[in-house]
Design a protein around this ligand. Structure first.
Ligand SMILES: O=C[C@H](O)[C@H](O)[C@H](O)COP(=O)(O)O
Length: 237
């Protein structure tokens, strides 16, 4: 495929670079989110992501609905948090039972590797995310460039403390526990085989590696926005 690393930005990178200059990390998350929302069309079934980056997308979709620039969409939330945020934004909600095929999911990630594999769930959601995003025709990941890693699993301690106290486990929306694993130099080996092994363990419901699910990743950096998709996954960061 050569190096189709930059994919049809809707504005010039020079303009993006100017817009992004001096931006905070949250500003970068918002820039990535707004770019993803440009893909939303009336009539779509949307997967609604969870977290501080996805929040910007939910709010933007709400703004478009209120302004009459978007109509007839329904959203499937990937967590209780997303359901509440989407409802507050005025996004009509549905579920996978009513809509087993999702047109477009937009969500953040904790780590993105050069093959577009992800780690998700450090905010406490991953099972419903994987269900909704796995049912999506297109899954667009939105991140600032701090989420890019050469190898999954090594980007440090959780950003959010687990549980009510050090001795109480974190309980998810689905009443499951989350166990955090960290690897000093990331996970070496065949990720798919590791995934298969993890899922064979009795009582492991899911894990936070999202392998081969992302269609594309929108990365906001201070010098502009970079779009990657599966065709360009061989490009490093
Ligand atoms: O559990 C949380 C979800 O997987 C989030 O999408 C992920 O943690 C990224 O969250 P944020 O956009 O807040 O960094």
């Amino acid at each position: 495929m050569g190096s189709p690393f930059l994919l049809q930005p809707s504005r010039s990178l020079t303009e993006e670079a100017m817009a992004a200059a001096g931006q905070s990390q949250d500003d970068l998350k918002r820039i990535a989110a707004l770019r993803a929302v440009e893909l939303v069309r009336s009539g779509m079934v949307l997967g609604l992501g969870t977290g501080s980056t996805a929040a910007h997308a939910l709010d933007r979709i709400g703004d478009l609905l209120r302004g009459g620039d978007l109509g007839d969409i329904v959203g499937i939330p990937t967590s209780e948090w997303a359901a509440a945020r989407a409802a507050a934004a005025g996004i009509p909600l549905t579920d996978l039972a009513a809509h087993p095929v999702v047109d477009l999911s937009i969500d953040g990630a904790d780590e993105v590797d050069p093959a577009l594999n992800l780690v998700k769930g450090r905010g406490g959601s991953l099972l419903r995310e994987k269900m909704v995003e796995g049912a999506s025709r297109r899954f667009v990941v939105i991140v600032d460039d701090s989420k890019l890693v050469p190898r999954l699993g090594g980007s440090g301690l959780p950003r959010h403390p687990r549980g009510e106290s050090e001795i109480e486990p974190f309980v998810t929306d689905n009443k499951n526990y989350i166990v955090d694993l960290f690897f000093e130099d990331g996970i070496h080996g065949d990720l798919q085989a590791i995934s298969d092994d993890l899922l064979r363990i009795t009582d492991v419901v899911e894990h936070g590696m999202f392998l081969g699910l992302a269609t594309s990743v929108i990365i906001a950096r201070k010098d502009g926005v970079v779009l990657m998709d599966k065709e360009a996954k061989s490009n490093g960061f």
